[in-house]
Design a protein around this ligand. Sequence first.
Ligand code: HEM
Ligand code: HEM
Ligand SMILES: [Fe+2]
Length: 478
Amino acid sequence: MLTSIKINSFEGNKSKELGMMYFRVAIILFGAQLLMGLIAAIQFLVPGFLFELFDFSVARMVHINALVVWMLYAMIGSVYYMLPDETGIETVGVGIGKLGFWVLTVAVTIVVLVYIFIQVGSGTEASIWLIHEGREYIEAPRWADIGIVVVVLIFYWNTFASYMKGKQTGIMTVMVANLLALAGLYMAGMFFTDNISMDQFWWWWVIHLWVEATWEVFVGTLAAYALIKIIGAKREIVEMWLWIEVLMLFGSGILGMGHHYFWIGTPEYWWEIGALFSALEPVPLIAMFVHVLYDWGKEQGIAHAEGHQGTVANNTPALSWIVMNAFGNFLGAGIWGFFHTLPQVNIYTHGTQFTAAHGHLSFFGAYATILIGMMYMGLQGAYGIERMKSTFKTKMALFLIAFGVMGMTIALTIAGYEQVLIERAELGAGWNAFFVAQEMPWYVQAQLWRAIMGVVTFVGFIYLVWDMLTIGKQAKEA
Ligand code: HEM
Ligand code: HEM
Ligand SMILES: [Fe+2]
């Protein structure tokens, strides 16, 4: 992937080149995310590990902020990558888009360095402006927030103007409308109130309405584009499904936000609203899952009928990750989300390792997978390869990362189950109960397994980077 800085067969397609620049930063941040996760996982087992050098609070913060930032990078990269294909024209304003890329990257670097070097301090207005805002997942200090908004405006303008000037496909129509909502929501997490309930109320507008509405629609558009490109899926069919998904995702996702309003001081009517609509949220995920498998089976059938042998996919690494997305989204968001979404259940599971289990499988399954798939599409384009086949490294990466994340999820689910039984049900959820539950063998063993599975995930990541660095050249030579 890094070598594609020099080698690229885009033939002057600047938008795709810019997409690749975003992908490269994304993969580096993904690596940083995993390293931070490993540090935090070790601290669960050896609490004194790196104490006062690199505290759990910092490792965890960088872990989840890097997660969000690398995904946003990969999303912007994907849009710049697919734009010329969908609009049929050169993307408008790529020059300023490149400037935006560098501004964003310098800002992200400074923010991360500040997180790492200034770990403790007072919670003043100056800290909010310069250090961080203390809002889980979106902690960037205010100066960076404003910078992010400016860069995103440039990006949005480029997308929108290219859409208006070029072809207006259904995929791009959903894309520009959805991106406006996605970017606009960021602002709900930018202002500050002293009231923690109000602060949380708005903060969920970003977090929940991102991952359970706008990001889901976003990856729907990516899947539609990728399926057309890789297996030649019929545009009318994928676009029809995309519209249905938009309808269903927004239908359940917006009011489904109630499942975060159970216990933060918001009115009690959210119990019923949250229970009903969030319980409906898995429906579109199941529909998506079925449709991807159905489409795939149908395309295979057509291939056989036309006398091709087996698969007609022109990029099996990308396709594998995208198929994994269908499974991962269904399992991580649909199943693990549904587990704890009813208030009658959530009163026991709220904020336990069960939540972390769901957080890992859903972010990975619904987003990491398809974004990695898009990076493979980028590699195929960068090297100008007609048919890119999975290598041994591709398969090792796929297997180890999937196995590692699933392993972590299962370990955390067991830890959460133990917390529900001991901390919540038996000991009544008090301060002391929290610590007693963390010393029980089930919990300790589960945390050990999570760390082991984290290492497995990291080894898979090394294979992934190795593959991305070599697959293009290998395919060219073959
Ligand atoms: C890809 C989509 C999704 C992602 C990435 C995701 C991610 C997350 C994350 C990271 C949290 C923890 C937030 C925190 O730090 O407090 C969370 C909480 C939660 N999620 Fe999801 N989620 C997704 C979809 C769903 C769906 C579809 C449901 C329900 C069917 C669901 C139900 C919940 C519930 C009930 C909580 C609150 C847990 C608690 O009370 O501790 N999620 N989600
Ligand atoms: C090397 C592999 C990884 C390790 C060892 C690891 C470890 C951790 C640890 C220790 C935490 C803090 C949990 C807590 O506060 O109780 C955490 C949180 C989190 N991690 Fe990871 N992680 C890894 C990979 C990933 C991946 C691949 C993703 C998603 C793509 C991810 C997403 C998250 C999220 C969303 C949270 C916040 C969960 C919540 O508070 O509910 N992590 N991780
Ligand atoms: Fe949610």
